[in-house]
Design a protein around this ligand. Sequence first.
Ligand code: GAR
Length: 201
Amino acid sequence: MTIHPAQEAKARQRVAILISGNGTNMVEIVHARKRGALDADIALVISDNPNAPGLGKAKKLGCRTFVAEYAAGAPREENERSIVEAIEQNNVDWIVLAGFMRILSASFVRRFPGRIVNIHPSLLPAFPGAHAIKDAFEAGADITGVTIHIVDELVDHGPIIAQEEVPVLPGDTLETLETRIHATEHALYPKTLQALFTEDI
Ligand code: GAR
């Protein structure tokens, strides 16, 4: 019997996308899914921020959304409880961080080992943290870029699965550099996720 390549492929993966803000990477991932460039189902979009502009975009795209509001001063594990429930109830295989600006607890990371992916706007290990583009720009870096990695228990850290350089051009402002980095992210994230979900990378 001939096995058709489609039958050999990994089972279709179910994905939760976690956002905190604009959600432009989330939008690109959903668009890739809709045009058939990403063989995965977007089970839901989760935001820790009820006012994230990305939430409205996700709803408009027909995604199920869930808001996990963080209580100030509460332990991380407690704030993450509703996220864990939402992920487990929706049979999610992969957790895709797309501008999710909370640090995940070690117990959360251990619960989904090797199943959390993050995108970061620098060439890690350079410039971790919440202001990577600005930090690289202000440091006078000639080259910065984008990193996609599996999340481990440290911040902006873990096995790197894709990296793309973005040169800092003469005459760049922070805004022009940001625009090119985001464009790089928007192309790289869906492509890398497709490889991760369908090939053994
Ligand atoms: C992206 O540039 C992403 O790399 C960054 O937040 C932005 C979210 O944009 N993430 C981090 O800095 C994580 N440390 P988006 O909400 O428009 O996708």
